[in-house]
Design a protein. Structure first.
Lengths: 114, 111
């Protein structure tokens, strides 16, 4: 049972345009959400996060939106750059759990075309 | 320069052998994690440890074992009981909040 789902395995976007990556979750206990970026043969690196008390968090070209009622979050990258081409994972956890484990989605391969 | 180091980067194992993947961190993090990544799938949790001398099974612990004798080290042994061990293995450590740091991974291939 996948608690975090990224239904689009891949996305191609033209350089300079907006990239929108989507993520859905089923566990209503999740109250913290993160996005990671991963290049081949490397570990994921943290990109941006959002707590469930917010509905938007922005960091430069990256913005994460959270819709708790729909159990949906999205990552917007504006403008997209070729260096953004990577696999993007969304992850979710809950702060009441002492271990603060993360549950990951299956990832979306973003390709930004020059 | 604080970080987390996994070794080796590539590992080949014959069927029926046990192999141990190394994970070392100098971030002074209490919590450490092992994940497995397969093509088209997310990272799945194998084992985690919140403190020295303590560890817990994750979602796919069967065929794996770990130890946590030192805060800095969290080695993962892939035993011969693991039916499909070929995968990319990621180790991570975490600060007191949500600050996960991942290693660069070990690709294990059974030959």
């Amino acid at each position: 049972d996948q608690q975090v789902k990224q239904n689009s395995p891949s996305l191609s976007v033209q350089e300079g345009r907006i990239s929108i990556l989507n993520c859905d979750y089923t566990n209503s206990m999740f109250d913290y959400f993160l996005w990671y970026k991963k290049y081949p043969a490397e570990g994921p690196t943290f990109l941006i996060s959002i707590s469930s008390i917010k509905d938007k968090n922005e960091d430069g070209r990256f913005t994460v939106f959270l819709n708790k009622s729909a159990k949906h979050l999205s990552l917007h990258i504006v403008p997209s750059q070729p260096g953004d081409s990577a696999v993007y994972f969304c992850a979710a956890g809950y702060t009441s759990g002492s271990a603060r484990q993360l549950t990951f989605g299956s990832g979306t391969q973003l390709t930004v075309l020059p | 320069d604080g970080g987390i180091t996994q070794s080796p980067k590539y590992l080949f194992r014959k069927e029926g052998q046990n192999v141990t993947l190394s994970c070392e961190q100098n971030l002074n993090h209490d919590a450490m994690y092992w994940y497995r990544q397969d093509p088209g799938q997310g990272l799945r949790l194998i084992y985690y440890s919140q403190i020295v001398n303590d560890f817990q099974k994750g979602d796919i612990a069967e065929g794996y074992s770990v130890s946590r004798e030192k805060k800095e080290s969290f080695p993962l042994t892939v035993t011969s009981a693991q039916k499909n061990p070929t995968a990319f293995y990621l180790c991570a450590s975490k600060d007191e909040v949500w600050g996960y740091t991942f290693g660069s991974g070990t690709r294990l291939t059974v030959v």
